[in-house]
Design a protein around this ligand. Structure first.
Ligand SMILES: Cc1cc2nc3c(=O)[nH]c(=O)nc-3n(C[C@H](O)[C@H](O)[C@H](O)COP(=O)(O)OP(=O)(O)OC[C@H]3O[C@@H](n4cnc5c(N)ncnc54)[C@H](O)[C@@H]3O)c2cc1C
Length: 465
């Protein structure tokens, strides 16, 4: 087989990279933990499920085009689904993958990390009540046609996913009580010129707003979460207008009766693998926090490891597709399959398009840029680390006795020691420490992932397989 790069993540970035390589007759292995390709945006229903009623037509058309192209190239792509990469296998240079209940290994050379992002969790009083979920979590229930997440839902946070999910849930028969966006209307209007750089996406965004208007779904700019109330399940959500720094104006708060709330304040690049592989990382709050440093060809600081899509800093699905192509071109240069000049010729229009899209996305990212008011949402007895049940007061006590970085905070309080290894609480803790200490996010640092990145059954570790 002529050359073979392992692409981890079969979302828009990974798929587009595999397709471009196939056009050059170069083989790739495409690995994803899910049972279908598509990643977060083009997530298909689980096998045997039908979601034709709830799907969003525009996204479906984009997905179908990509899946058809993928199908045409399939003879060059070794697709390995239901295969979760667990990180570096201890004491070897191999990566471990959990596949069909068994751990197998692959070399950690020639890797394209396209693992996307996950939603940033925001602690607030009552956020652990059943009925409160991430927006993506409730969206995927509607998208995948499994279950309706509730009867009366509210969507709270910031960014376009609130609108997309509101429409999808409404189409699935859920009553949408309101959508609350923390960003202020004046800030998006002020930057509307930049949004004109992508009229297609602008129109798409407006079509979601029109959908809400048509169906009389209330939409509030400059509002957000205060607390959730309920005995065994969510019963009410208290929301309020936010000031310029997103501190809730509590005297103006009001209550919504709901049994389901989707909360989303930002995305976080999935960097656990690039961390384990010792790639250099940088920090930008408006691109999701920490992400691997890449050159203009999506090469990381470690030789033969590339990073593309939201893993390399949040810019959305269209940029993910293009950055996947650039990473694939870099691999072709590095294996001497094409010359730099030839690659530049192909890359130039891709980069031009990517810059245009990034300008648009940056405006949205800035509009949704998290503000310090979110730091004060949890009460002293609000649980911040759900795996280890660490309350906000424990974090404050640790800071009082001199804790200054994430490593020390983990040792002192057990945050990030549970099954999710800090995926839930890590961002809030990093931001809170930096905020309280007046330190930089880089100085406060990040939690180190440990092998295996996800829990695995004992009997899966038999390297003789
Ligand atoms: C929950 C959620 C819902 C979203 N919904 C929308 C939407 O409706 N519309 C929209 O425009 N944008 C949406 N976005 C944003 C959009 O999905 C992303 O911008 C885009 O999908 C990025 O593409 P990607 O290829 O970089 O990553 P992704 O599409 O996220 O693909 C990454 C893939 O890698 C897999 N993966 C990660 N780690 C491992 C591992 N260790 N082992 C094996 N596989 C792994 C993941 O399961 C995933 O399939 C959503 C994002 C999230 C997180």
């Amino acid at each position: 087989m002529k050359n073979n790069i392992k692409i981890i993540g079969a979302g828009p970035a990974g798929i587009s990279a595999a397709i471009l390589l196939a056009h050059f007759s170069v083989h790739s292995t495409l690995i994803d933990e899910n049972s279908e390709i598509g990643g977060a945006i083009f997530k298909k229903p689980d096998k045997g499920m039908n979601n034709s009623t709830f799907r969003d037509e525009k996204t479906f058309i984009r997905a179908r085009k990509m899946f058809n192209e993928f199908e045409e190239c399939s003879s060059y792509i070794d697709l390995q689904l239901e295969s979760e990469v667990l990180g570096n296998f201890p004491l070897t240079n191999d990566l471990a993958i959990l596949q069909k209940g068994k751990v197998k290994t692959i070399s950690d050379k020639n890797l394209l990390i396209a693992t996307g992002c996950y939603e940033r969790a925001q602690p607030f009083p009552g956020w652990t009540l059943p009925g409160i979920m991430s927006v993506g979590g409730i969206q995927s229930q509607a998208k995948c046609g499994n279950v309706k997440p509730g009867k009366r839902a509210v969507l709270i946070g910031t960014g376009p996913l609130l609108l997309v999910a509101a429409k999808q849930l409404h189409m699935a028969g859920v009553t949408i009580v309101a959508v609350l966006e923390a960003g202020r209307q004046k800030d998006i209007v002020k930057n509307s010129f930049n949004l004109m750089s992508n009229t297609k996406l602008l129109k798409e965004g407006m079509s979601y707003m029109l959908y809400l208007k048509k169906h009389r779904i209330p939409f509030y700019y400059g509002h957000g979460i205060v607390r959730a109330i309920g005995k065994d399940h969510l019963e009410e959500i208290v929301v309020a207008p936010y000031d310029d720094k997103w501190h809730p104006v509590k005297e103006k708060s009001f209550t919504l009766k709901v049994d389901c709330a989707g909360i989303q304040y930002g995305y976080v690049p999935r960097i656990q693998l690039t961390q384990m592989l010792n790639c250099k990382h940088t920090y930008n709050l408006n691109r999701g926090g920490f992400f691997p440093v890449t050159d203009s060809w999506q090469r990381t600081s470690v030789k033969k490891i590339y990073s593309a899509g939201d893993n390399s800093g949040i810019y959305g699905s269209d940029v993910a597709v293009l950055s996947g192509k650039i990473a694939a071109l870099a691999y072709l240069i590095d294996i001497s399959e094409i010359s730099i000049e030839e690659a530049e010729k192909i890359a130039n229009p891709i980069r031009k398009e990517m810059n245009k899209l990034k300008k648009f996305q940056k405006t949205l990212n800035d509009f949704s840029g998290l503000k310090e008011g979110l730091m004060g949402l949890p009460d002293q007895d609000t649980i911040v680390c759900r795996c280890e049940h660490v309350k906000k007061e424990i974090i404050d006590e640790a800071i009082e006795v001199g804790v200054k970085d994430m490593g020390a905070l983990k040792i002192r309080t057990r945050i990030g020691m549970g099954n999710c290894q800090g995926k839930m609480c890590g961002n809030y803790c990093n931001e809170y420490l930096a905020h309280k200490l007046g330190s930089s996010h880089e100085n406060v640092g990040w939690l180190k992932p440990r092998f295996p990145m996800a829990p695995i059954p004992f009997d899966s570790i038999n390297t003789n397989n």
